[in-house]
Design a protein around this ligand. Structure first.
Ligand code: SF4
Ligand code: SF4
Length: 95
């Protein structure tokens, strides 16, 4: 059986992106004080990235797993996290 890469597996999913309302908002001023930035290696969709020393985040492609909220040491202050509105978000497909 052919083994797919993470990128290929993620590419199978469909996303209905809510352009009017982000379901996760990251407060970058709090992130600037975060030492290890665990979200950058824990998000399975790789949506948190470090660019020029600053956190960059795009909610499109979110798997709604909650890992970032669980692992963030400042989750209450740094993240506004909720599930997408009805009709939006990830639609998991298994090939
Ligand atoms: S772990 Fe939390 S506070 Fe740290 S960079 Fe990521 S979102 Fe920001
Ligand atoms: S909920 Fe999961 S997939 Fe979405 S941004 Fe957080 S860690 Fe990444």
């Amino acid at each position: 059986m052919k083994r797919l890469t993470i990128e290929q597996l993620l590419g199978i999913n469909k996303f209905a992106v809510d352009d009017d309302q982000a379901h996760i908002i990251v407060k970058k001023e709090i992130c600037a004080l975060c030492l290890n930035k665990p979200c950058t290696f824990a998000c399975p969709a790789n949506l948190y990235k470090l660019k020029d020393g600053q956190i960059s985040f795009d909610y499109a492609g979110c798997l709604e797993c909650g890992t970032c909220r669980a692992i963030c040491p400042q989750a209450t202050a740094a993240l506004s996290w909720q599930y997408p509105r009805g009709g939006f978000g990830v639609n998991f497909r298994y090939g």
